[in-house]
Each structure stands twice: as structure tokens, then as C-alpha cells.
Design a protein around this ligand. Structure first.
Ligand code: ACM
Ligand code: ZN
Length: 734
């Protein structure tokens, strides 16, 4: 059964039920009309007919018999679906459960149009594990029309997800009509140009760009979502990511402006000032937002808000004094608490990105953990609700396949399998603390997605994997089963014209140390067998060597591989050049472990023979957030060495900075080390991050490389005041 998410209990039986024009829907109440109407709409578009409803059938034969205990009240989503030869029986706790039963049924129906539709006999008992099964969409960086938002909601519904987190305000555009402040959309919804290519290229066009949703359109979307049992959670960002609002109302800033709606991605210094006028403005905005969105939670942002302006603002400093706050972090906490108080009084709860932990959490706030899972863990331990969205597994703006073959993305490397392996409830929580994990969500930041088709490509099929995770039936050890079901869903995407990524067919690779420890073993994998590869630099064909077992790499060479089916190439070619030196495949240890978001291969990444791509750095790099690199490599025996090469990255917009210096040390006992060379930051810059460190010949068994993190981001750079990222790859010893 190609069901996604996999139901909690599924028993397959012999035989089929045949659904045809004569099948009746048998139900005793009219409170479930909406769910039946949607099912009929599906039948009509797929097969060209609808079913009649009755509350009194002479015979149960050829019926879909429905029982709903508490149509409007029950929120559990529980349902049972029984298909026997003569009948389909659905019993659901509430209309949500009924809706999910119909979604399951839809997935069981054939994809092609038929007059008689056969459904295999089975029994399903099903309910979701997590209450927050979310997808986010940033409409600030790029704007997507109402019609696409509805499609997006359809995708959530198809996968039984229930929360649409709509990121409506950004530096680059304010997208929600607010009647009291018309300039928010007259001015704030339009920018004079956009970035072209990656942030690193610093190229712009000069095309006016923008758009916004009227309140009428928003009501329509919220209602559309509601009838599909999806809650729309609006995000109104504060105090950062607000330059578009400040362009419209510069008096709400610390400096008074003037400002333009931002054209450049990143983290900008101008944020709302903590003056009274700002609170009045935000409260008025929120009053209109509450009228449009009935959700319990209102997302107030809270992420990436530099303190630069607040540090130099008389208002903000006076408020810090008056309220007895320790610093600007406590001022941010004060800011969020005030907004929380306002929203709580209106019967709503706030949720914010994990930075709202800094300076103290507002009393009732829920936390959306994005910079890893640590924020979520800290919040749960403080008895606050949590939604997990760590970059490592839940950022669908990351690359999902070999970066070289993918459209430009922000960075990262998050495959379908990686998403599927996500466990929203961290192991280190007690069962009591674990109750605060509401669920998880996929985030879709759209700096590098400017069409609906591109958004589809980035979410499909990763959201299918996440849907199974949050439904609670994912099992990493059965990834193959998920993948087989997913491949069947690709036909549904094809039929519906959904653009999706075929990266699961791509050959993926893993490098491991060989038994002997002085070479590496290269393992290839695809969704199917049928990989062919070369090691002589030529492109693989169906006649190239077939991949059967891990390839042992002992010398500099390039492995190229692709997946073939019936002699036809079905995936892009992956190309992996190997650089084999004295450190390749050797034992390496780190004092600080890389950050979970950027440490996919662990410390071994630094000696795996593969160098990170300097342009599209989704893979092969490891990242440290605020921490230093201190790596020790055991060369196995005393060796003569005189050169170490290491790659480091810089990218202001992603808060990645070169280390303060790079130092090489040697030792024969692994305990007392002697420095042989230190390269200062200026030289790292001159060498553009490919740092070649030459020194007098040494005989040594151990090599240590130290690269201290640059520390705090300096003023004037994106993210000023926050910790820097340090990204390093391949340490090559010759
Ligand atoms: C975020 O990705 N800035 C929440
Ligand atoms: Zn201020």
C-alpha cells in the first residue's frame, strides 16, 4: 500500500471493493457535509463522477458507511477505515478523523481515470502522534499568489499535516494588508530590485518587485485551510526582520531612517525601536491580524534581531534603565513579554524562534527551535511548549541532492533520508518534559525560490518524509519501505503536475576510513540498484563498470557515477575528485564537536579525501558555531611532513567568518605539541580560504591544527553581536 504517512495499524486483506457511480455514502448526520463534499470533488476531478449521500439505505451493499462520534468537537484525528468486498466502513472520532480517512482512501484509489474504481480490502486504525504537523512558507523574500497558497494547503492536506505557518512580514516585503496602516503595503510591499544569484555574488537587478494579500484574500485562504482542517498561523516578525515596515513608518526605528524595503538578503541592523509608538503600532497591527486568523498561536518572530541600534539609542537605553534590565537581550525579552501580555489578554498564545529564550522566556511563550534542537530542549525543560524545526532536518531551503547538480540554494544538505531520520522528541528529555514537544515543521525560506514551481521542487518530496515523521510512524530502519511508497507518489505528482525533485535517484555517496586506515572507502547508493561508475575522468555510461561494492580509493582520482535503468541514464552524474595525502583516512579527534546542522559526516569529514565546494557549500564542510576548531590527526607512524593545506569559508550573509588564525603543531607522543607555523587572518584572506601552510620538514606522528573562531560578528556586518560560524574542510598533510 503506497500510503504516506504510513497508518499506525494496517492489515491487508484479500479482494477488492469496487467503487462506482452507484456507490452510496451512508451517513446519519449533516455535520460532516464539508468532508463529504471535498471527497466528492476529488472523485469528480479524478474519475468524473460523484457519489450520492443518503441517511437511509435499504442495503449496506455498495456503500461507504460513515460514523462520526463528535463531528465538530473531536480534535484527535482518530479514524478507522475498513474496506471489505461489499462495503467501505469509516468510523471517526470527529470530522478531522473523517477527513483523514478520506485522504487515506484517496491514496488507495488508482491514479488513472477509470469508471470502476477498485480499492484493496484492508483494515486501518490510525491517529497522529504530534499535534503540530507543520509547513512554513516565507512570502516576504518572494511573493506567491493566492492560488499557489491554496495548492500549498492542498499539499499539507494530502499528507495529513495540520499547520500552515505563514511568514508574512520581512525586511524585503510586508505582505498583509493592514487597514490602519496603508503604507505597510503601499510602500512596504514593494522593493526596487532583488538579488540575482547567490548572496556571495552580490549582484542585483533593478526590477520593481512585490505584492501583498488583501484582507479578503486572507480570509478566503484561512477558510480554505479550515475546511481542510489546517490552522494558519500568521507570523508578524518583531523586533528584527522589519525593514519593510520601517521603510513605510521610519519613525518606529531608533534612528528615524529613511529606509528602503531591503533588496539584499541577510540580517539587517535596523529593527523596531522599543519606544511606546512601536508597541502602539504593533498592537494595532495585531488587532487586525487576530480578526483574520483564529489560530491559538500567533508567531511573533524574534529571530536574528541585532542589538546594534538599541545600543546607541537614547530611547532604548532609557527603557533599559527604567525597567532595571541588564542588557539589550533583556530588552528583547521585555519587548516580547509586552506583546505576549497583549495577546494573552485577547485569548491567544505566542510562539517565537528560539532567540526568545535569550534574556528570559515570556511566561507562556512557545518556542520554535531552529538553530538546532538545543533551544527546544531548554524550553521544554522550562515547561514551555516547543515546535522542532532544526536546520539539520527541517530546512527545505537546503540542497537536497548533490549541490553541483541543483539550482542555487542557500546552503546546507538535507536529503529526503535525512528528513526521514528526524526524531522530534530529543532523547535527553524525560517523559514529562517530552510532553511539551508539540511536533515539528518544515521551513521554506524563499531567498532562492522565486516561482511556485521552485517552491514545489524544494518541498516535494521532503515534506512527505516529514509528514510521516510527525504522524509518528516513521522508522529509519525501514527507510527503504518509505522510499518505495514515495516512488509511487511520484506518479501522483506527475498526474497533478506538481514539480518535484528526483534527487532520491541520484547516486549518493559516503566516505569511510578503510580497514587499513590509510585510504578511504567510497560507498555509493541510489533509490535503485543500477549505478555505473568510472575512475578515469570520463562520464559514466550504461557500459561503464557496474557498482557492486565499495570502491577503495588509494590515489588521487575522480569517481564519476550515475544511476541507469534499461540502459538509460536516470540521474545526474555525481563527480567526486579525491585528494589522497598523508592524513587521508587517518584517525582524527576534535576538542569541540561540529554543530548538528553542519556536521553530517562528523570529524572524519576533514580527512575523507574530498574537499568542500567553495561556491555551493552544502556538503563536505563542517561548521562550528561560536566554537574553535582543534583537530588532532594520528598519522599512524612517524612521517616526514612539511605542508598542511586546509580549506576555510567566508560568507558575511550567512555569518560565516574566517578564523582568527590557523596554527599547525606537531608531536610524537600526542601529548606535548610544538608549534611549527601560524598563519594570521590577513594571509587566510589573501589565499581566499585555501590555506597552504608550509614549514621546515618535521618527523611527526601527530599533527594538530588549531583555528579559533572569529568570535562575535563585528558591527556593520550581518548578524553583528552574534557568534560567528567557522566552516572548515579537508586537512591535507604532505
Ligand atoms: C530563521 O531561520 N531565521 C528562523
Ligand atoms: Zn531605540
Amino acid at each position: 500500500m503506497p500510503l504516506i504517512p504510513q497508518p499506525k495499524e494496517l492489515i491487508q486483506k484479500e479482494g477488492n471493493f469496487t467503487l462506482n457511480r452507484g456507490t452510496l455514502i451512508l451517513i446519519g448526520n449533516s455535520e460532516s457535509d464539508n468532508e463529504i463534499k471535498l471527497f466528492n470533488q476529488f472523485l469528480k476531478t479524478s474519475y468524473g463522477f460523484e457519489l450520492m449521500t443518503t441517511d437511509n439505505s435499504k442495503s449496506p451493499l455498495n456503500t461507504i458507511q460513515i460514523q462520526v462520534e463528535n463531528p465538530k468537537k473531536d480534535q484527535s484525528g482518530e479514524y478507522e477505515l475498513k474496506v471489505i468486498n461489499s462495503q467501505i466502513l469509516i468510523s471517526a472520532k470527529g470530522n478531522i478523523g473523517l477527513f483523514y480517512a478520506f485522504q487515506t482512501l484517496q491514496q488507495l484509489l488508482p491514479i488513472e481515470k477509470e469508471n470502476e474504481v477498485k480499492i484493496p480490502c484492508l483494515e486501518i486504525k490510525d491517529e497522529p502522534k504530534y499535534a503540530w504537523r507543520g509547513m512554513h512558507l516565507d512570502v516576504g523574500r518572494h511573493f506567491f499568489p493566492k492560488e499557489f497558497i491554496k495548492k500549498y494547503i492542498d499539499y499539507l492536506a494530502m499528507y495529513k499535516m495540520n499547520t500552515f505557518h505563514w511568514h508574512l512580514t520581512e525586511d524585503q516585503g510586508w505582505r498583509i494588508e493592514i487597514k490602519k496602516y496603508p503604507k505597510l503595503t503601499e510602500v512596504g510591499a514593494w522593493r526596487k530590485g532583488s538579488m540575482v544569484g547567490h548572496y556571495n555574488d552580490q549582484k542585483f537587478d533593478d526590477k520593481k518587485y512585490g505584492g501583498f494579500y488583501t484582507q479578503e484574500e486572507i480570509k478566503e485562504i484561512v477558510a480554505y485551510a479550515k475546511s481542510r482542517h489546517i490552522t494558519v498561523v500568521p507570523e508578524i516578525e518583531m523586533p528584527g526582520h522589519s525593514q519593510a515596515a520601517l521603510a513605510a513608518y521610519p519613525e518606529l526605528s531608533c534612528t528615524g531612517g529613511p529606509f528602503e524595503v531591503a533588496t539584499q538578503w541577510g540580517v539587517l541592523d535596523d529593527v523596531y525601536c522599543s519606544k511606546e509608538a512601536t508597541f502602539e503600532f504593533l498592537q494595532n497591527v495585531l488587532i487586525e491580524v487576530l480578526d483574520l486568523f483564529p489560530s491559538e498561536y500567533i508567531h511573533i518572530g524574534g529571530d536574528e534581531s541585532p542589538k546594534t541600534r538599541w545600543k546607541n539609542c537614547a530611547h532604548c537605553q532609557a527603557l533599559i534603565k527604567k525597567e532595571g534590565l541588564k542588557d539589550e537581550h533583556e530588552l528583547q525579552s521585555y519587548f516580547i513579554r509586552r506583546i505576549e501580555k497583549f495577546l494573552n489578554a485577547k485569548g491567544r498564545q505566542i510562539i517565537g524562534w528560539d532567540e526568545i529564550l535569550e534574556g528570559g522566556l515570556a511566561p507562556n511563550a512557545a518556542v520554535m527551535s531552529w538553530r538546532g534542537t538545543e533551544g527546544g530542549i531548554a524550553a521544554a525543560k522550562q515547561k514551555h511548549k516547543v515546535v522542532m524545526t532544526p536546520g539539520s532536518h527541517c530546512y527545505f531551503d537546503h540542497y537536497q541532492g548533490e549541490p553541483k547538480n541543483e539550482p542555487v540554494a542557500i546552503g546546507g544538505y538535507t536529503t529526503v533520508e535525512k528528513v526521514y531520520s528526524f526524531e522530534p522528541t530529543p532523547k535527553d528529555l524525560t517523559s514529562e518534559e517530552a510532553k511539551y514537544i508539540m511536533g515539528a515543521q518544515g521551513n521554506v525560506w524563499t531567498e532562492y525560490m522565486n516561482t511556485p514551481e521552485h517552491v514545489e521542487y524544494m518541498i516535494m518530496p521532503r515534506m512527505a518524509a516529514l509528514a510521516e515523521v510527525v504522524w509518528g510512524t516513521s522508522d529509519v530502519t525501514k527507510y527503504q519501505s518509505f522510499q518505495n511508497r514515495l516512488i509511487r507518489h511520484f506518479s501522483v505528482y506527475d498526474k497533478k503536475g506538481i514539480n518535484y525533485s528526483r534527487a532520491i535517484f541520484e547516486v549518493t555517496s559516503k566516505v569511510s576510513p578503510s580497514e587499513k586506515g590509510d585510504e578511504v572507502v567510497f560507498t555509493l547508493k541510489s533509490a535503485n540498484t543500477g549505478i555505473h561508475f568510472t575512475t578515469d575522468g570520463t562520464n559514466p555510461t550504461a557500459n561503464s563498470k557496474k557498482y557492486k561494492e565499495p570502491i577503495s580509493v588509494t590515489k588521487n582520482q575522480t569517481v564519476k557515477a550515475a544511476y541507469f535503468e534499461n540502459g538509460k541514464q536516470k540521474s545526474a552524474v555525481i563527480e567526486k575528485p579525491f585528494f589522497i595525502t598523508k592524513s587521508t583516512g587517518k584517525k582524527i579527534s576534535l576538542v569541540n564537536q561540529p554543530h548538528e546542522n553542519y556536521g553530517i559526516g562528523g570529524p572524519f569529514t576533514l580527512v575523507d579525501g574530498m574537499r568542500g565546494n567553495m561556491e555551493k557549500y552544502g556538503r563536505d564542510w563542517i561548521g562550528f558555531w561560536g566554537k574553535d576548531l582543534e583537530a588532532t590527526i594520528d598519522l599512524g607512524k612517524k612521517q616526514s611532513v612539511s605542508k598542511v593545506t586546509m580549506d576555510v569559508l567566508t560568507n558575511d550573509g550567512s555569518w560565516i567568518h574566517y578564523p582568527k588564525f590557523i596554527e599547525v603543531l606537531v608531536s610524537n607522543d600526542g601529548k606535548s605539541f610544538q608549534s611549527v607555523k601560524k598563519v594570521p587572518a590577513e594571509e587566510i584572506r589573501t589565499m581566499k580560504g585555501i590555506v597552504i601552510i608550509e614549514f621546515d620538514k618535521q618527523k611527526t606522528k601527530y599533527i594538530k591544527v588549531i583555528a579559533p573562531n572569529a568570535g562575535k560578528i563585528p558591527d556593520g556586518k550581518p548578524g553583528a553581536g552574534s557568534d560567528c560560524w567557522l566552516f572548515v574542510d579537508e586537512i591535507m598533510v604532505e
